[in-house]
Each structure stands twice: as structure tokens, then as C-alpha cells.
Design a protein around this ligand. Structure first.
Ligand code: PMP
Length: 351
């Protein structure tokens, strides 16, 4: 790597994406994609737009998509910011948080990109350990800080905070931004969107990659009061970030409009999660109470890395976590009932 770049660039560890298998017979439960979908209406809209329309530049303001988001959540157009995946939306939010006095607080453990953004953008960062029950303890976030970013439900634990707890955070930091990343909120947790009215310091980040089953389309968005959204637009426009492409805009719009599909498929995933949780507990696993489309589990006397490797030999891919703070856990994405059964049968055989 060139010595001309900043020392920060040298210290970065490039992200290693979860395995993206080409072989369809692999059961892929490692990156929390949906086993259903994409929604047929989204595919139809994408097909209809795949033709002469692609000659033209996409709408830089994503107006139709923002209209769909506005209708779905009862917020106004100037309260919505869209980006190429919630990773891009988060990147702009982190950039906008640069040079605040006090460290940015995030849970430890949490979504692995938060610390990466902090080091890349030079943001002072303080990871706040989860409590003994692997939960975010809001009391630990009441001290002076430069802002707070946390997923609700948290990843990779799947444990959600109630809105009362989020309100406590917002009240404790009236001069700081609290970012709630709702990537997994549709699988059973409460959205903080109703709090937007009362808290100008709340920014909610969402994605179409999980419950809407459109991870490949790269669409995410943020909701907040107009002043916060205006700041994100300033960051975006000064970096001249790309607008969403045409297919992403039409596909995401149709997906958001199809609320019946969303309710039906998330309902199925929640049901499968309950089944998988009880099967894993039956095999002796400790399973955290998840409100996401994955479960976080460990076996009292089996090494998680070995279990993940043994599953991989059986063509099943799950994610294995090891950090000094939390030791060894498996994170298993909720697949179809059939996939969940294959995983539990395989684990039964391995144990
Ligand atoms: N937030 C959380 C908590 C996530 O787990 C992920 C992806 N796994 C993202 C954001 C990013 O999602 P995307 O960029 O696909 O919208």
C-alpha cells in the first residue's frame, strides 16, 4: 500500500464480506438476507423500467421513492433522506458527526461497520459493553458524549430496546444526535418513528435489505426532523454521492408500497424464529431472545468455530463471532422452515 496515504488508511482492516456462494445447493444463513422474495411487485416494477427508460438519468431527488416512504411512515418529504444502502446513509451520518466534543458511544458488541466509520472519519469513539444479559443498558449511555449510534434490535444479539428506553436516551442528550439503526425492526421490535415528532435529535436509519428482501438493490433511508435531514443532504452533496439508480428507485418504491407482502413474510420469519429458537434450546444451546431475522446462540460445551466449520462441511453457512468481550457465539439467519430444520438436524448430528 502506498506510503502517500494517511496512516489511518494503513491501519484499516479491509472488510471481508460474508461468503456469497455461487452454488445454489448451499444453505446461506450468514448475512441476514431474507429467504423470501424479492416482492413480486418490486420485480415487476424493475422489469417494466428495464428498457428505453435506462437511457435517462435517474431522478436525483428520488421523489417517488420518498413519496412511498412518506406514505408508509406518515412523515413529510423533507424528513426523509435516501441512500445506496443504509451503509451509505450511515456513512453520511457518521461524517456529519465528525468533530463533536466527546466520544461517540456505540454498543460493544454491535454492527461491525460503526467502529470502521469512526476510525476512517477520525471520530473519537467509545464502545460501551453490553450488560451480563448481553443487553444494551441505557444507564451506561447517560454520560456526556458526542452522540450515540445503536441498532434496535441490536446486531448480532437480536435483542431490542423498548421505546421508553430510547426516549430516556433522547432526553438525556438534547444537544446530541441519537441514531437508531432499525435495519431489523420489522421482525418484531417497535419503531421509534413516532418519536421523531418530539425529538429533533433523533435520526432513524432503515434498509430495504432485510425485511423487504432487496439486499442486492442497495437502498436505505433515514428519517428525522428537516434540520437533521438537511445536514445529511449537505454532506451527500458536498461529496457528490451518487443518486439511487433508476432500478433501485422503482424497485424500492414498489416494495415499500406492498405492505401486505411485508407483513406476510415477516410474520413467517418470526414464526420460524420461534421454532428455531426452541429447537436449538432443545439441543442444549443458549439462545438470546431475538426480535430480528437471526438468532445468536452458543453451546455450553461446544466450540462455536468448530460448529460453524462442521456446518460448512454440510453446505450450511452461518456466522461465527469471537471477541475478547463476548467469547464464542453463532449467528444463524432465519431461513425457511425447511432450512431451519436442516440446520437443527445437522447440529444434532454434529453434537
Ligand atoms: N445496519 C445493520 C445493523 C446491519 O446489520 C446492516 C447489514 N447487515 C446494515 C446496517 C447495512 O445494510 P445495507 O447497507 O444493506 O442497507
Amino acid at each position: 500500500m502506498s506510503r502517500f496515504w494517511s496512516p489511518i488508511v494503513h491501519s484499516l482492516t479491509p472488510y471481508v464480506p460474508g461468503e456469497q456462494p455461487q452454488m445454489t445447493k448451499l444453505i446461506k444463513l450468514n448475512t441476514n438476507e431474507s429467504p423470501y422474495g424479492p416482492p413480486p411487485r418490486a420485480l415487476e416494477a424493475i422489469r417494466a423500467a428495464t428498457g428505453d427508460m435506462l437511457r435517462l438519468y435517474s431522478d436525483p431527488t428520488s421523489e417517488r421513492l420518498r413519496t412511498a416512504i412518506s406514505n408508509a411512515h406518515g412523515v413529510s418529504m423533507d424528513e426523509i433522506f435516501v441512500g445506496n444502502g443504509s451503509d451509505e446513509v450511515l456513512a453520511h451520518a457518521f461524517q456529519a458527526l465528525l468533530k463533536h466534543d466527546g466520544p461517540l458511544l456505540t454498543p460493544d458488541i454491535t454492527y461491525s461497520f460503526y467502529p470502521v466509520y469512526c476510525s476512517l472519519y477520525g471520530i473519537t469513539h467509545e464502545p460501551v459493553p453490553l450488560n451480563a444479559a448481553m443487553q444494551i443498558d441505557v444507564e451506561d449511555y447517560l454520560r456526556p458524549c458526542g452522540g450515540i449510534v445503536l441498532p434496535n434490535p441490536n446486531a448480532p444479539t437480536g435483542i431490542a430496546l423498548g421505546l421508553g428506553r430510547i426516549e430516556t436516551l433522547l432526553r438525556a442528550h438534547p444537544d446530541r444526535v441519537v441514531v437508531i439503526d432499525e435495519a431489523y425492526v420489522d421482525f418484531g421490535a417497535d419503531t421509534a418513528i413516532p418519536l421523531i415528532r418530539h425529538f429533533p435529535n433523533l435520526l432513524i436509519v432503515r434498509t430495504l435489505s432485510k425485511a423487504h428482501a432487496l439486499a442486492g438493490l442497495r437502498v436505505g433511508y433515514a428519517i428525522g426532523q428537516p434540520e437533521l435531514i438537511e445536514g445529511l443532504n449537505r454532506v451527500k452533496d458536498s461529496f457528490n454521492s451518487y443518486p439511487l439508480d433508476l432500478l433501485a428507485q422503482v424497485g424500492a418504491t414498489a416494495a415499500i408500497e406492498d405492505r401486505e407482502w411485508l407483513a406476510r413474510t415477516t410474520g413467517k420469519i418470526i414464526k420460524s424464529r420461534i421454532g428455531l429458537t426452541s429447537s436449538l434450546r432443545g439441543l442444549g444451546f443458549e439462545v438470546l431472545p431475538s426480535q430480528a431475522n437471526f438468532v445468536f446462540a452458543r453451546h455450553p460445551d461446544r466450540d462455536a468455530a468448530r460448529l460453524a466449520a462442521a456446518l460448512r462441511e454440510r453446505a450450511i453457512i452461518v456466522r461465527h463471532f469471537r471477541t475478547p468481550r463476548i467469547a464464542e457465539w453463532l449467528r444463524i439467519t432465519i431461513g425457511t422452515d425447511e432450512e431451519c430444520r436442516i440446520v437443527t438436524d445437522a447440529l444434532d448430528a454434529i453434537l
